[in-house]
Design a protein around this ligand. Sequence first.
Ligand SMILES: Cc1ncc(COP(=O)(O)O)c(C=O)c1O
Length: 366
Amino acid sequence: MISLPAWPISTARETELLAQVLASPQWGGFHSIVGEFEKQFAAYQGCAYGISAVNGTVTLEMMLACAGIQPGDEVIVPAISFVSTATAVTRIGAVPVFVDIEPYSFNMDPSRVAEAISPKTRALVAVHFGGALADVDALASLCAERGLLFFEDAAHAHGSEWNGKRAGSFGLASSFSFQNGKVMTAGEGGIVLTSDEALAARLRSYANQGRRPGYSFFHHFEAGNNYRITALQAAVLTAQLERLDSQIALRAANWRAFLDEYGDARGVTWQRVPAEVNRNSNYLVLGRVDADRDPFCARLQAEGIPCTPFYPHTLYGNPLYTSGDAPCRVMPCPNAEACIGDAFWIGFRALMGDEETARKVARVAR
Ligand SMILES: Cc1ncc(COP(=O)(O)O)c(C=O)c1O
């Protein structure tokens, strides 16, 4: 058995910041540490504004709603993602349009997006699967040409970059998750980032009971909600952000060692990461197995490696969509469907030990 580091991890820094919050009279979202964290994280990803919220599902929903996506509008999403990418669209009454992914990047294929656009299409949500960015150049220019709003679901891509520009800064707005398994976590949490001042103001009001700055606490301008994170979460996230750069560097070095050790062995095709992705959160190690995927995963699991067979179906294969309960439009998705049968992921803990541990994992995968 290979012994891998635990996740999540905290240090004396989390304890110190948590103690400061606990010693204060404000443990909720109005403590200054929440706003400070939002500013720091937005700046870290190259955006002007950050609006935190309880999780990375709610953040997707509020991002689309506050940007003006209306019931009946179509929003293009990849056929492969965690379900929230699609259900956020469904929950605001809009219609997800599922398009295929590229076979080895696991990201939305820009040429398939172009074919999916109809007169009802208003927006596109790109997912940076596993941490490597989707082709944001092609997707952003397509959106500009066809008059679509461009959003990023960057739940996997904290700190990732495309040609030196950080994930989440390419579209009108982006959404991140701080759920327990993410590379930065407070157990739960999420944030929307944008550089659009008016959108940021709408998001902040929406997440804070429809309040507006300059008015009394009991003055509400719209039917908002209480989506605020607590100061305890912001304390933990502040400490996690301070550690993120060094952890990304560790995973990058271990991934290089992993590939070096795997060498020219056959059997697995690892995720194809475009050269433009100059920095990768390495949230997931992704691959496709040439032969039988499930025995491969079982072999790694038996050695203590957190290897998971891919999703059991595409997003549109969920009962929500196959039953017809939620309207959607499905484009041909042969690559997504092939990945269901042969792809897998390994959690980033496999890249959080020392170099020899990363090499051991590669030897088991060979
Ligand atoms: C791509 C993607 N989008 C959205 C989410 C939803 O985030 P949360 O679990 O914080 O609601 C997740 C994962 O958890 C995800 O992987």
